[in-house]
Write a protein that binds this ligand. Sequence first.
Ligand SMILES: [Zn+2]
Length: 253
Amino acid sequence: MPILEKLAQPSQARHWTDSIPLEYHYTAGVAGEEFRRELRDNGRFLVSKCSKCKSTYIPARMYCPDCFIEMKDQFPIDKPGYVYSFTSVNRDRSGSDTDSPITVGLVKFEGVKGGIVHLLDMDDPDRVSIGMKVTPSLKNLSERTGAITDILAFKPISTGQIKMTLDDGRADRQSAGKTDEQARSLLHSVEESGYPIEEDEMTISSLRNKLDKGEPLTREEDRLLRRLGDKAREWRKAVKSSSETEPGDTLSG
Ligand SMILES: [Zn+2]
């Protein structure tokens, strides 16, 4: 059939089923490649820091999405991650049933924007909780290729360390006591202030968790809460003063 032949009737149309081989390469970009190289060679996560707004991002990226400027400052992160969110699934990526449920989580790092979605390797999946501190378990250096699968999974930081934190809490229990109510209302005012809590999400959710369970805060947590209260107050003040600014004083767009 000539290519310019016109079909007068839909029934004249014919089709063939076949496949066209396509090959393409995906590049992770300049910063993405550096992130992967650092993961492969040194088993560390590279982050980028914006010189203007001071935000830090994981994985490393080239431009700050808020300031639209290049981020030249990159360094490996040196703190544990925490479980921001998680779910359990009973099927693998190809849709086949798995022998046992797989737990997948979004791991974030305090004070850092972004995160990594990966497997959570727990001896007991029921013990995963929001805010739980985790550390990556990596393939051996010789097996790493610079892929995200160089990370086998994130595992909870040894229970010994977690127990120590709990004991600290208990030691401070007597001194806390009646300040619980104040802490609760201060946290409430932080949450209600509308201040962008992104970098402090982990702190806030773990404080909320503790207060909801009726557990007293440690001295350190109490300090953190006060600091958040100050930030929220500053934020409310700033919002109030900007809403009092005449529209004509502000550049639109
Ligand atoms: Zn920025």
